[in-house]
Design a binder for this molecule. Structure first.
Ligand code: FAD
Ligand code: SF4
Length: 499
């Protein structure tokens, strides 16, 4: 049995319970299963089912309103853009910004490198270091060559490079090429893939995990509580609710992989007498040290007379400004051409026709600058619910400088750029249960285990101490591989857990 159909299907105990089937949880479950552990994955959402009769029904923003969240098998990765970057080497060091510090990790890039290699293989990453001066060293080449550019993007790349801006391929996790299903369609970024060619957590990790025969998935099952032994020093299992029924499940290993902020919230809601402010919250840092990306959008005009038609546009990035330079002493971040998005959906109906005309004639380009974490950024708790959110620290001058350079780079290549005056958005949030060597300043230790609680781990976006300025997904996956390896070794399994 690979899926719970009725509540009677639950066993009373498993070797491990993983809460959440996003990139962190699904990857961890796969590696534990390959180490021959019996794993239950509990997922509060169901499989995403688009309504085939409604054209853009699988576009994320037609589904969720601002502030709402996504609860589906595969987590947010069901809708992600599959840009799977390694953090740059400097991202593991303390880095000074104009208005804050990006703290050092307790581990360095050298420690992470082999997990990045394994993560890239598992999620079939296509890429190349060419044209990306910020690309860190690698012990193995990208597992797959970069995706081909659409002719319009290729022409853009040539013009930009000619005007002096080096362009790089976005590393993308898609099932493209020999026998691959990916048709490089126009609906990837922020859409669900209808042919399962996007390497999201469901396709790349959860399905292989279930295929081992060692993983059972329970959908529509919400974990309400993590249970500890009477000393508060050891994980004992979880309490879940499925179809209105409360069920206790025993497991000596529990991974909280519910994503940010849900993992922090669950730890808070599982408070005990020994952990009165929430499990792992002796430091007061549960929910805190949230980092992210200050993100803005620009729209280079590609065609005034006619629309561009439907194309796969998300293959090109500018990483030449990542670390800053002689003219700018602070890190700036990345610039990425995104997928085509029907962003007029959800706009004021009176403005929709104009937005549609603009969207069909422009590229969407995102620029992202690291927003730094500190002990005050993130979620406060109001009792056992989430309270006020303090965003990560916006580096306004660097953000503006990267925006200015983006406009200049496209302008130098002959493109006019529409510049909407939108407030900055914080994307790709990390933190809430950050990793650290010092229990007074972090929630989990360097292996991902909650300080002082044997068998209780966190493996998801809550763990990275910083968000860097590249997309965070590959780092979440690589950390989950590392944590799974630590768990399996501790359980006495073979160390050959990695792919
Ligand atoms: C439109 C969009 C585009 C993106 N593009 C990119 C990109 O190109 N590259 C990139 O690296 N990242 C991208 N991201 C971000 C990326 O998807 C997330 O960083 C990643 O999915 C986080 O993984 P996670 O393991 O932390 O958990 P999540 O993906 O958040 O999954 C957590 C899972 O836990 C489940 N859950 C929550 N609470 C409970 C509970 N109490 N009990 C049981 N289950 C629970 C949820 O239903 C969910 O399935 C994008 C995100 C979006 C929305
Ligand atoms: S087929 Fe389209 S949606 Fe699916 S992975 Fe390829 S580009 Fe993305």
């Amino acid at each position: 049995m690979t899926q719970i159909r009725n509540n009677e299907d639950f066993a009373t105990s498993y070797d491990a319970v993983v809460i959440g089937s996003g990139p962190g949880g699904a990857t961890l479950a796969l590696k534990l299963a390959q180490a021959n552990m019996k794993v239950l994955v509990v997922e509060r959402g169901d499989y995403f089912k688009p309504d085939e009769t409604i054209d853009t029904n699988d576009f994320l923003y037609s589904r969720v309103k601002p502030g709402e969240d996504l609860f589906y098998v595969g987590g947010r990765s069901k809708f992600y853009g599959a840009a799977l970057y390694r953090y740059r080497e400097m991202d593991f060091d303390e880095t000074h910004f104009e208005a804050g510090i990006s703290p050092a990790w307790p581990i360095d890039y050298g420690e992470m490198e082999r997990y990045y290699c394994a993560a890239e293989k598992l999620f079939r990453v296509h890429g190349s270091p060419e044209g990306d001066p910020s690309e860190p060293w690698r012990s193995e080449p990208f597992p797959h060559s970069p995706l081909p550019n659409d002719p319009l993007i290729e022409a853009l790349s040539v013009k930009m490079a000619h005007a002096g801006t080096p362009m790089a391929a976005i590393p993308l996790g898609l099932d493209y090429g020999d026998k691959g299903n990916c048709a490089l369609c126009s609906r990837c970024d922020a859409f669900h893939c209808r042919v399962d060619a996007k390497m999201d957590a469901d396709v790349a990790a959860l399905r292989p995990a279930m295929a081992t025969g060692n993983v059972v998935l329970a959908t529509r099952t919400e974990c309400k509580r993590i249970n500890l032994d009477p000393t508060g020093q050891r994980a004992e299992g979880v309490t879940v609710v499925r179809d209105g029924q409360t069920i206790d499940i025993h497991a000596p290993i529990v991974s909280v992989s519910a994503g940010a902020p849900h993992s922090a919230l669950l730890l808070r809601q599982s408070a005990t007498t020994q952990h009165s402010e929430g499990i792992g919250n002796h430091s007061g840092q549960l929910g805190r040290q949230v980092g992210g990306h200050s993100t803005g959008a620009l729209f280079p005009i590609m065609s005034v007379a006619r629309g561009m038609g439907q194309r796969h546009t998300k293959t090109l990035a500018i990483n030449a400004f990542y670390e800053g330079d002689a003219d700018w002493q602070f890190p700036l971040g990345v610039i990425q051409v995104s997928g085509q998005m029907p962003f007029w959906i959800g706009a004021n109906p009176l403005k929709q026709p104009v937005f549609k005309i603009i969207a069909q004639r422009t590229l969407t380009v995102f620029h992202m600058t690291e927003a730094t974490p500190d002990e005050d950024t993130g979620w406060a708790f109001d009792g056992d619910q989430l309270g006020e959110f303090t965003p990560p620290r916006h580096q306004a001058r660097s953000y503006d400088e990267l925006r200015r350079r983006t406009i200049k780079a496209f302008g130098d290549a002959g493109y006019q750029v529409l510049r909407p005056n939108r407030p900055v958005e914080y994307w790709h949030l990390t933190g809430g249960a950050v990793m650290g060597a010092d229990p007074a300043q972090s929630v989990v230790d360097v292996s991902g285990q909650v300080h002082g609680v044997d068998g209780l781990y966190v493996a998801d976006a809550s763990v990275p101490p910083t968000a860097a300025a590249v997309n965070t997904g590959l780092t979440i996956i690589a950390l989950a591989l590392r944590t799974a390896e630590k768990i399996a070794q501790k359980q006495g399994a073979s160390s050959a857990v990695l792919v």
